[in-house]
Design a protein around this ligand. Structure first.
Ligand SMILES: [Zn+2]
Ligand SMILES: [Zn+2]
Length: 169
């Protein structure tokens, strides 16, 4: 007895159905999960030789260990998202006082808004790096106070991209 293979278009992805009966609602749920997984497979950036620090094993991602040519893990820092932050100068009490421009950078896809802001405002990253990273569009940056720009600026998320992109930062 030969099995019939049919293709269904589920949420924009073509998935296979093997069987002589129509898929039940429960089967449809499984097919929908599969379609979602297939769509993720096509949008998650693939591991390349650039996903290794110099001297590392070029056949896998240094961060998520996915093999070269395969998609990164969705949690991997090398899966990026374009995020635009409003850049604010601080008042005497250290509160954001005035927006002086925007700064757009690639951030890890898996990071939420809170994490995006934490990384730029409280994390170990130094705001001086914005001179070399991402794209700043605004007024001239303020004077450096006590060694670096961290003491003068605050970043607030204004826009988060919907596309995954390779994060080579
Ligand atoms: Zn990775
Ligand atoms: Zn700093």
């Amino acid at each position: 007895m030969s099995e019939t293979v049919r293709h269904f278009n589920v949420d924009g992805a073509s998935v296979q159905w093997r069987g002589d009966r129509d898929p039940s609602p429960r089967d449809m749920e499984a097919l929908r999960d599969m379609a979602a997984a297939m769509k993720r497979m096509t949008t998650i950036p693939l591991v390349t030789k650039q996903d290794q620090p110099p001297g590392g094993d070029p056949s896998e991602c240094f961060w998520c260990r996915a093999r070269e040519g395969k998609p990164h893990s969705i949690e991997c820092v090398r899966v990026g998202r374009e995020v635009t932050f409003g850049v604010y100068v601080l008042d005497d009490e250290g509160k954001p006082a005035r927006r002086i421009g925007s700064w757009t950078n690639l951030e890890p896809w898996s990071a939420d808004v809170e994490t995006n802001e934490f990384m730029r405002n409280e994390g170990s990253w130094c705001a001086d790096n914005m001179r070399d990273e991402g794209i700043y569009d605004g007024e001239p940056l303020p004077e450096v106070v006590d060694g670096c720009l961290c003491n003068s600026l605050r970043f607030k998320v204004e826009r988060r991209g919907e596309e995954m992109c390779p994060n080579r930062g």
